[in-house]
Design a protein. Structure first.
Ligand code: 5GP
Length: 194
């Protein structure tokens, strides 16, 4: 789903990756290097994991609230997976872009393609895990999901990998430092391109 294109001066970087690909770790390091980038905070109906903070990691809302926001057209895009809803709120994006600030979005592959429709100038970056076996190992090591959720996430990862060619950049995360350097280069070039 999408809404009207919105003019802006800030750059838009959209990150997608199968869960367990190391996206969050890479993003953390990138934000240390580019503290001026504003991270879009999505809304979700999933319960917070240990250490996650409402309003910082996500806006954790009820399914009822989420559905009413869909009705009110409050989302740039939204998706439902693993029985939970996830969506990018128009309000947080518009306010930031109006100030000319650049933003980072962390969404699934379909969300990324929806954002590209609304903001064609967005830079889509796909973080690819070295292989599915390694991804399974990382997810198991993280130990934050039930067996059933884990199985669904691996299944979804296989589906998401099929979308990678629709991205502007694909960064393979076999070596964390090299992956961060590559993303760093992409962002640096885009910010200098003004
Ligand atoms: P997690 O439950 O691991 O935090 O996120 C699961 C998936 O939801 C990840 O692929 C993440 O990128 C995606 N996601 C998070 N927020 C959004 C959003 O606003 N829109 C979409 N389409 N996907 C999102």
């Amino acid at each position: 789903m999408s809404s009207q294109p919105i003019e802006n001066k800030g750059r838009i970087f959209v990150f997608s990756a199968p869960s367990g690909a190391g996206k969050t770790t890479i993003l953390k390091q990138i934000l240390e290097r580019f503290p001026e980038l504003v991270v879009s905070v999505s809304a979700t109906t999933r319960k917070p994991r240990e250490g996650e903070v409402d309003g910082l990691d996500y806006y954790f809302i009820s399914e009822g609230e989420f559905l009413s926001k869909i009705n009110n057209h409050d989302f740039v895009e939204w998706e439902k997976f693993y029985d939970y809803y996830y969506g990018t709120l128009k309000s947080s994006v518009e306010d930031t872009l109006d100030l000319g600030k650049s933003m980072i979005f962390e969404v699934d592959v379909k969300g990324a393609l929806s954002i590209k429709k609304v903001f064609p100038q967005a830079y889509l970056i796909f973080i690819q895990p070295p292989d599915i076996a390694e991804l399974k190992r990382r997810l198991e090591a993280r130990n934050t999901e039930s067996n059933e959720d884990l199985r669904k996430r691996v299944e979804r990862a296989e589906m998401e990998l099929n979308f990678k060619d629709m991205f502007d950049y694909v960064v393979v995360n076999s070596d964390l430092e090299m992956a961060v350097e590559k993303v760093n280069g992409i962002i640096l070039k885009a910010l200098e391109d003004k």
